[in-house]
Design a protein around this ligand. Structure first.
Ligand SMILES: [Zn+2]
Length: 380
């Protein structure tokens, strides 16, 4: 594909303000690029205006998934931007704007690779499925929906185009965000025996949870240890009342050595024990994500590194991430390898003046196409 057209696809995508919403506009645009070809296009609506999109090219052979999220984080304080966040701007061999790195460049490069394959006129020995998701930045619920509805079950491998600077990210931690709510009875503080203090059981919970989580000392060779932070605590309404409501939140970063299910069971045991002693606690989770176990032994991971080094001519290593991606959902769809590999550097993600280097983006377009060929040929 000509450079100008590949760049236009990226800047068109970046000009769509899909900050935590409006992914349907991205889905419309992507559909318009593919509708002249005989490909399978399925729109999977999450809610009004928010659509996942699944596009499959090829009609037989090994199926490689390309995953990209359609949403971006909000632009934040506009005065911190040197260029308008949703007006992609070329400057010093870079393109600036929200989503330049995370991850409209990865998504666009995957789309360009697919269009190039379609337009090559060659008989494709395998298939590619683009899984464009909503809500990655706010809980990965788009990918969760695609998994639940079976769009990932038949994949033979999956590449997530998040910024990785051409390294192959082969593992990352999981996340458990939780809230514990405490119910008490409000009375005048001069007669506490008539009420029930909502704050005290929360303190007991925080101490017990902290002690238990810090006893988890097993180290993952790459990801290190599980971490736990009590991140917020709120309770009571005035100095001379017994508080009837309180809550706290905690954030746990898990590793494959401590599966999320085990941690849920442990937290819920603490809650049950305190409730037996008279507390009224409730625990709720907010979009928990499982860790991505080490994929470095997979053929896909090795192949990807080879393609980056030999065909694209950039250095590439296996790396680990601390944050979750849509991989946390797709890992639950079946037994296929998943890697995270994207052209952007990721140094300005979620910040003002986000950018991608033009050369990196264009290399990304070539990379995904070369990787598809290598993947098909090695899986036939
Ligand atoms: Zn991202």
């Amino acid at each position: 594909m000509e450079k100008a057209r590949a760049l236009k696809i990226l800047t068109d995508l970046m000009a769509i303000n899909s900050a935590n919403d409006h992914e349907g506009v991205v889905a419309d645009y992507l559909t318009s690029l593919f509708k002249q070809y005989s490909v399978q296009i399925v729109r999977v609506t999450y809610s009004a205006g928010r659509d996942n999109l699944v596009i499959t090219i090829g009609d037989h052979g090994p199926l490689l998934g390309f995953s990209g999220h359609e949403d971006v984080v909000s632009a934040g304080e506009l005065s911190n931007w040197q260029t308008p966040p949703f007006t992609p701007t070329f400057k010093d061999d870079k393109i600036y704007g929200r989503g330049a790195s995370d991850m409209k460049s990865g998504l666009a490069a995957m789309v360009v690779a697919m269009l190039d394959l379609l337009e090559s006129g060659k008989d494709l020995p395998g298939r590619i499925r683009l899984l464009a998701s909503v809500g990655e930045e706010t809980g990965e619920y788009g990918a969760a929906q695609l998994v639940k509805e079976g769009y990932a079950s038949d994949l033979d491998g999956l590449v997530i185009g998040e910024p990785s600077n051409f390294d192959v990210r082969v593992t990352h931690k999981g996340v458990i965000d939780y809230y514990v709510y405490s119910q008490g009875v409000c009375v005048h503080s001069s007669t506490p025996e008539k009420g029930k203090n909502a704050i005290m059981p929360l303190i007991s919970f925080a101490q017990a949870a902290q002690q238990l989580m810090s006893s988890h000392q097993k180290q993952d060779p790459v990801l290190g240890s599980l971490t736990h932070v009590i991140s917020q605590i709120h309770g009571g309404s005035q100095i001379n009342s017994v508080p009837d409501r309180a809550w706290l939140s905690g954030n746990i970063r898990t590793t494959p050595l401590y599966p999320n299910q085990q941690i849920y069971a442990e937290l819920e045991r603490i809650v049950a024990d305190l409730n037996e002693q008279g507390a009224q606690l409730n625990i709720r989770y907010s979009f928990p994500e499982v860790p991505l176990p080490d994929q470095s032994g997979s053929k896909l991971a090795k192949l990807a590194r080879q393609v980056v080094e030999q065909k694209i001519g950039r250095p590439s290593q296996f790396t680990a991430g601390t944050g979750a991606t849509d991989a946390s959902e797709y890992i639950q769809a079946g037994d296929f390898p998943i890697i995270i590999l994207g052209p952007a550097a990721g140094t300005t993600d979620h910040e003002p003046n986000e950018f991608v280097e033009i050369a990196a983006y264009l290399d990304g377009c070539r990379l995904y196409q070369e990787l598809a060929w290598e993947f098909w040929n090695s899986n036939i």
